[in-house]
Design a binder for this molecule. Structure first.
Ligand code: CO
Length: 140
């Protein structure tokens, strides 16, 4: 990898963004944008925190991974997202190390990013999202 991954965001599953954002806004954080990601069955809201962000995830379908997470575990921390310069290279390196990836190819994420999730079995019980920014987002 040409450069080490950096923390992009922490994903938090919420029943609704409208209700879930209130706590963070009471702390003085602000929602910078909301977006629907149809491929993942979620609506997301980002709240910048220093160099990173929180991502609130609300399910838009009953079969979305977030709906299943809420049903099994209730609201709470869902994943940690690490930003990489070259997601396919990162996926190759992890696969070569024996890690289990949840998709064979990068998937479209929020803001035009390419994303891939690593199975928590391979990452110490933490669901890890890898994200490669869209070309227009680089160096922002
Ligand atoms: Co995420």
């Amino acid at each position: 990898m040409s450069s080490a991954p950096v923390l992009d965001h922490i994903g938090i599953a919420v029943e609704s963004i409208a209700a879930g954002r209130a706590f963070y806004e009471a702390l003085g954080l602000e929602v910078s944008g909301e977006e629907e990601v149809p491929g993942q069955g979620v609506r997301v809201a980002f709240l910048p925190v220093g160099d990173g962000r929180l991502e609130l995830l609300e399910p838009t379908t009953e079969t979305s991974p977030i709906a299943r997470h809420l049903a099994r575990r209730g609201p709470g921390m869902h994943h940690v997202c690490l930003r990489v310069a070259d997601i396919r290279e990162a996926m190759r390196r992890l696969a070569a190390a024996g890690c289990e990836l949840l998709s064979a190819e990068p998937q479209p994420g929020a803001h035009g990013c390419l994303v891939c999730f690593v199975h928590p079995r391979s990452s110490g019980g933490v669901l890890i999202e890898l994200s490669q920014p869209a070309p227009s987002m680089r160096d922002e």
